[in-house]
Structure formats: C-alpha cells, structure tokens
Design a binder for this molecule. Sequence first.
Ligand code: DON
Length: 303
Amino acid sequence: MNFQLVLDQINAELRPLLGQQGQVARYIPALARVSPQQFGIALRTCAGEVAQAGDSAVPFSIQSVSKVFSLTLAIKALGEALWTRIGREPSGSPFNSLVQLETERGIPRNPFINAGAIAVADRLVTLGDGKAELLALLSRLCGEPVAIDAEVAQSEADTGFRNTALANFMKGFGTLDNDIATVLDVYFNQCAIAMTCEQLACAAGYLCRDGRHPLAGTPVLSPAQARRVNALMLTCGTYDAAGEFAFRIGLPCKSGVGGGIIAVVPDHLTLCVWSPALDATGNSLLGRQALELFVAKTGLSVF
Ligand code: DON
C-alpha cells in the first residue's frame, strides 16, 4: 500500500477545513495560545516504513497521550499489582470528572481518565523518579531526545484546580501513597512533554509489535501486556467518545487536549495525527476525521 499517497490525500482533504470548527483547549493558558491552523499526520509500519504529511515535524504538547507511556512503565514494573486501586472500565464521563470517584470509593475507573493517570503517577513516584523515567522511555522509543515544555508544565500547575481536587479526593480514600504535590508534579510534567507526530508514531510502535521496541526489537512489554494496553486504548482512550471512536474508526486510540491522537493497527503500524482544535469531549476534531479517512482509504481496522 502507498501510505505516503494516503497521508498526502488526507492532508489535502482536511487542510481546507482548518479553523472552521472546534476550539483549542482554553483551560490551560499555554495551550490556549497554540494556533489552531495546524494539521499533521505520520505513521510507521512494523517493517520500519515511514510516511508523513502536513505539520508532522512540529512539536506539540502530548498531554493525555502521555498516559499510555506512564501506564506502560507502571505495568512493566508492577504487573497485576497495578490493578488493585485502578479500574479497567470505560467511564462514559468527561476526562476530568469527579463524580464516579465519590460512589466508587476513590478508585478511578481506568488509567486514562485524569484521576486514573494521577493514580498511575503516584505508583511511579513510589517506584522512583517518574518524570525522568518517562522522558527516558519516550526518548528511547523514538530514538531522539524529548523534553518537557516548562511553560506548559507551569501553566498546568497554575490552573490545575480540578486535578488537585481529584488527587485530594483519592488521597482521602487511600488511593494515593505519596504526597499530592509530588504526584501532581509528575502528572503535570508528563502532560507537558512536547513531541512531533513523527516521534509519537515511532514511539508507540511497540503497541503494534506485541510489545517489542520499534527500533531495537527488544521487549518493552510482554505480548499480553501490550494487548491489554491496546484494549484499554480502544475502550477508554478517548474518554466519553470511546464508543464513537470505536464505531467510526475501530482502532485503539489515545488522545490529548493538545490535539494529538495516537492510533494502533495491530501487527501493521502505528500512527499519530495532530490538530489543536478540539470537540466538546476534548478530542481533536480533524484528528478524528483524519483517522476515519485513513481507515476508509486503507481498510485497516481491528474490526
Ligand atoms: O490534566 C489535564 O486536564 C490535561 N493536562 C490533560 C487532559 C487531556 O489531555 C485529556 N485529553 N483529551
């Protein structure tokens, strides 16, 4: 299949729509300043073929896409023990919702909503230095050094009132072991990592290769663990839009409010799309349309 042609076609179809719909994330001031007039897409196949189009080499704030990689570190270190205080069910609620925590004894529904990712960050703090580990993992996975955007991290910390509430609520129920400021520092910094579509398409590559490193071929996760991360991405990776994503696209996906979405075609390829304007559920509008076009043009889907 000529993937470069497919991505060029998607870029040509969607670029005229830039700026017409959706809004950049406004609740994090540093993200509110990002131009919505950007669209990038990149993929990397299991055989190492790459294709890219549009603004695929522009770094953006990966935000909740980081939750896949923090989960990966936690699963690798803790195995089944990770699941004692974190669930595996879709929430059907917005990513920053407090509601279910109240009736579910402070146990977050899954590791991809904010509460769940904060609980994962808590486990990483217990294991050592979460921030450094995550940066090292991502740099290894894409073969290039990646960094935290300090301005975005500060902006998150200055306005992270809901995340602070989620952390306090979970701490009250005994879900978090470490002090809240330390845990939130890891969480805010992981969200503020900046990467390009090309880097993320490569970094996610272990998810289409039974857990094997996209460049080195060494195990990042076991095949069973990689399957589980994919299952969670399909059912929970796009929050209360996960059903709609499965219906329209049918690929494990993980989105972030920076406008990035990574997607996995098991045994074939991983791809990353980015466009900062979001829909009401916090998912990139053109990103979702790009993935729909990709599946329609290639027939690649898990269903
Ligand atoms: O904590 C937050 O709200 C953001 N740093 C991340 C949220 C996010 O990316 C949800 N994704 N759609």
